[in-house]
Ligand binder design. Structure first.
Ligand SMILES: *Cc1c(COP(=O)(O)O)cnc(C)c1O
Length: 402
């Protein structure tokens, strides 16, 4: 639950943080504890409201040793005190919203975000009496103007799905704190190898650990990392009462993936850079968005806020008809890259995201906000998650379908 003190390099941290040889068996690899309940040796309360941090294991919805190991690993990677793991990335977002917001509160959220978060914010929060405003978080004037005295939370996402626009975390965290709001960020695209948002003043960092942190496309999970106090509040609400806990088996798989996160992120970045440069030089490609390219409109911010440009590329091929035709060819002809949603896996994944469809289902932007989105995405973009295959094979695959 809380941070293990591990002031070591990132590769050592990713492998060892949260783990120790099993005291019972001396096993070097962490054990997988599937037990849902634990034998109690002395009387203790079992309300979510008064669990001390050193409480013995009681029931897996309160905490489980294998999940706890992953929580300590992620907290250490993010450089914060504590972490709560959840059943999915969406459960992590819900843990933030439903722990820290009540009826009558106002929340400010990026106008472009992971689609599930966009729909939760637009449909579910208002139904519960929580006012949500969406704003382009790369526009600091707009962020400042949208804050209100009852704003309790500012939730950003950087780089943002699916268009790769960035948020200046330090600047937005400052604005949020000026009105007494918490600042949270969905840092799934960046991973802790690119950005440790707490260093920029962000209070809560969430991840879909289904993506880079797990890294192998075989386990769904989520995480929120932050101070001991904020994480304890979320554990009481979101885990113990709402119940969306991470399975120990998924925690074990994701921890095994996380051990190689620093190495994988370096390879994702190198592969993505090669593919992005090839795409940018290709006359059949209209626009490429990758934070590592000097053509990214916020390349300077990317350089100052990201130590690794990650593996997520967005690119346009022209109008809707052209995009649909390329998507069709991808489904038929790709040999290496999978035409599938999700991202951050060792396998490369690509998916067509038409602007009109996304506006209807998720983002519902109009006027200037829609124009801002179209400046990145046009009629639609392909979201490419560059995996760990050889870049030449990915380029050959793309060359077959563009
Ligand atoms: C995938 C994703 C989510 C949701 O995560 P799940 O694990 O699928 O629930 C949230 N935010 C971002 C940026 C994502 O990519």
């Amino acid at each position: 639950m809380s941070q293990s003190h591990c002031p070591k390099g990132p590769m050592t941290t990713a492998i060892h943080a949260g783990e120790a040889p099993d005291p019972a068996t001396k096993a070097s690899a962490p054990p997988l504890h599937m037990s849902s309940t634990f034998v109690v040796e002395e009387a203790a309360g079992f309300s979510a409201h008064d669990i001390p941090e050193d409480a013995p294991w009681l029931y897996a919805r309160w905490g489980n040793p294998t999940v706890d190991m992953l929580e300590r690993k992620i907290a250490t990677l993010e450089g914060v005190e504590a972490c709560l793991c959840t059943a999915s990335g969406m459960a992590a977002a819900s843990a933030i919203f439903f722990t820290f917001l009540s009826a009558g509160d106002h929340v400010l959220v990026s106008d472009v975000s992971y689609a599930g978060v966009a729909e939760l914010v637009r449909d579910t929060l208002p139904r519960l009496g929580i006012e949500a405003t969406v704003v382009n978080m790369s526009d600091l004037t707009a962020v400042a103007a949208a804050l209100r005295p009852n704003t309790r939370l500012v939730h950003a996402e950087t780089p943002v799905n699916p268009i790769g626009r960035l948020t200046d975390l330090a600047a937005v965290a400052n604005l949020a704190h000026e009105v007494g709001a918490l600042m949270s960020v969905d840092s799934t695209f960046a991973s802790p190898m690119a950005t440790r948002p707490a260093e920029f003043g962000v209070d809560l960092v969430m991840h879909s650990i289904t993506k880079y942190i797990g890294g192998h496309g075989d386990a769904v999970g989520g995480a929120v990392a932050g101070s001991r106090e904020l994480v304890a509040k979320m554990r009481g609400e979101a885990s113990i009462h709402h119940g969306g806990i991470l399975s120990p088996f998924n925690a074990w798989l994701i921890a095994r993936g996380a051990a190689t996160l620093p190495l994988r992120m370096r390879a994702h970045e190198a592969g993505a850079m090669a593919v992005a440069e090839w795409l940018e030089a290709n006359p059949r490609v209209a626009r490429v968005i990758y934070p590592g390219l000097t053509s990214h409109p916020q390349h300077d911010l990317a350089r100052s806020q990201m130590k690794n440009f990650s593996g997520m590329i967005s690119f346009q091929v022209g109008d809707t008809a052209k995009g649909e035709a390329v998507a069709e060819r991808m489904m038929e002809r790709l040999e290496v890259i999978h035409y599938a949603v999700s991202l951050g896996h060792h396998r490369s994944l690509v998916f067509w995201m038409p602007t009109e469809g996304l506006m209807e289902s998720s983002f519902r932007l109009e006027g200037a906000a829609l124009e801002d989105y179209r400046a990145y995405a046009g009629d639609g973009i392909f979201r490419l998650s560059v995996g760990l295959e050889d870049a030449e094979d990915l380029i050959a695959d793309l060359d077959r379908v563009l």
